[in-house]
Design a protein around this ligand. Structure first.
Ligand code: MV4
Length: 448
């Protein structure tokens, strides 16, 4: 096992990784920029490495500085968390070259999955359902509209190097093709330096469901699904699980496992799907890292996913079998962003008072504390409140009670929005698609 691990991240996930390392008896070192010099993960770590940069994000994005820090502190491995360099194959490769383990998949697998066309191809070959689409990239509008006619409108144009929805264009008729193709190619080029785009049938009225997977490079298992449809502009707000019947979980789960094994996946992964109103699933992409909402799966399976990710990175096999995985009860995670709950614009500042909820089945993952100064430069995730109960209805009650007990003075938070969602009839009945917040404008305009 590793003796010392460098955490190349900040905020709640740096603290979450530190907790697993400490539980496993591994020393934790954390990098940090200027804004985070007094942060909880920095204060709790065995050692901290300051990477001073004028741009706050640069401290967490400078590959050579982080590789240098890992060497300097004698780290055997680096945990990238999520965001920043977590999916960067160049970072994984540089660490490999220095004989330091990147806690995640290999650079080659990151490269394969980062290309949405290649990822789609690989998953089709493993029997995972995908939406009808173009064979490979399209560049010529003439050729693209011939393919679109075969697929059937509406179609969606996506960047091959994309993810997170950047540049996506929905096209309803051939006359809009020229322009949409040019827009998508332009956005892809400026965002990713790669203008390749591809087409897919546009799936309407869908739910967003994702499978948690863990692989050791040869064998993989799944730990069930999460339901993540409550989002705005591709930012999830509330996640829960489980969502599927045991039969559907087993059927899609075994395909997802085959997909992970086919690419030799090592580490934690999430397989994202849309499910349409007929109940048909369509693969979107693989997120090759720990996710913000991994906590939901931890609550309903009882496993420490971050620790398992560290074990497989150290070359140990997956410590559990598929048949050990039992989904029990229901978990919900509410993201407590420091944002105005109506406009969802960031609300950074100092927390004058901070009281977290507790009690049976309540978990809070947060780096925030009384006196914490939330910097404006990073994403606005302040805390995650997670509840577990035997049933969904009880979990909802427990979340309402937990949020009503939470006191955060000094910044606006999403708590009022969460309280409104938790009372909404469509939410309560599970009638939720990825358009939930757009279809319920009353939740965001104060009329609630
Ligand atoms: C789609 C889609 C509809 N049809 N693909 C958005 C992010 C990227 N991962 C894929 N996304 C979508 N792909 C087809 N063929 C709709 C979306 C989408 C979406 C997906 C998941 C969660 C929220 C979303 C919000 C808007 C659009």
């Amino acid at each position: 096992m590793f003796r010392r691990v460098l955490i190349a991240n900040r905020g709640e996930i740096a603290l979450r990784i530190l907790r697993s390392l400490r539980t496993m008896g591994i020393e934790a070192v954390v990098i940090h920029g200027k804004e985070d010099r007094l942060s909880l993960p920095v204060r709790l770590a065995d050692e901290a490495v300051y990477i001073p940069r004028s741009d706050p994000l640069a401290s967490y994005l400078d590959i050579e500085a982080i590789v240098e820090a890992a060497k300097e502190v004698g780290a055997d491995a680096v945990h990238p968390g999520y965001g920043f360099l977590a999916e960067n194959p160049i970072f994984a490769e540089r660490l490999e070259e220095e004989g330091i383990t990147f806690i995640g998949p290999s650079a080659d697998v990151l490269r394969l999955l980062g290309d949405k066309i290649e990822a789609r191809d690989a998953m089709v070959r493993s029997g995972i359902p995908v939406a009808m689409g173009s064979d490979g990239p399209v560049s010529d509008p003439e050729e693209a509209s011939i393919q679109a006619a075969e697929i059937g409108y509406p179609v969606i144009i996506k960047a091959a190097a994309g993810g997170g929805g950047i540049g996506m264009q929905v096209v309803d008729s051939p006359k809009d093709f020229d322009k949409a193709l040019r827009i998508c190619q332009g956005r892809a080029l400026s965002a990713f330096g790669d203008d390749r785009v591809f087409l897919e049938k546009f799936i309407q009225g869908a739910q967003h469901i994702e499978f948690q997977v863990i692989g050791d490079g040869e064998k993989a298992i799944h730990l069930g699904e999460r339901f993540c449809s409550i989002q705005r502009r591709h930012q999830k707000i509330l996640e829960e699980g489980p969502w599927l019947s045991e039969e559907v979980r087993e059927e899609l789960g075994s395909k997802v496992v085959a997909g992970a094994e086919a690419v030799g996946y090592k580490g934690l992964a999430t397989f994202e799907f849309l499910r349409d109103s007929n109940g048909d699933f369509y693969f979107l992409e693989v997120n090759p890292r720990v996710q913000v909402e991994h906590t939901v799966t931890e609550m309903i399976t009882g496993y420490d996913l971050v620790s398992i990710g560290i074990r497989v990175a150290a070359g140990e096999g997956i410590p559990i079998n598929q048949s050990d995985v039992k989904i029990r009860g229901h978990a919900i995670q509410a993201r407590i962003n420091a944002e105005n709950p109506l406009t969802l614009t960031p609300s950074p500042g100092r927390l004058w008072e901070c009281h977290w909820p507790s009690g049976p089945g309540v978990r809070v993952d947060s780096h925030a504390h009384t006196g914490y100064d939330m910097p404006p430069s990073f994403d606005s995730l302040l805390a995650k409140v997670i509840v577990w109960s035997p049933s969904r209805a009880d979990a909802i009650s427990r979340m309402k009670a937990a949020l009503s007990e939470t006191m955060l003075l000094g910044v606006d938070t999403l708590i009022p929005l969460h309280q409104a969602i938790l009372k909404n009839h469509d939410f309560l009945s599970g009638d939720i698609t990825i358009r939930f917040l757009e279809e319920h404008p009353e939740l965001l305009n104060g009329e609630r």
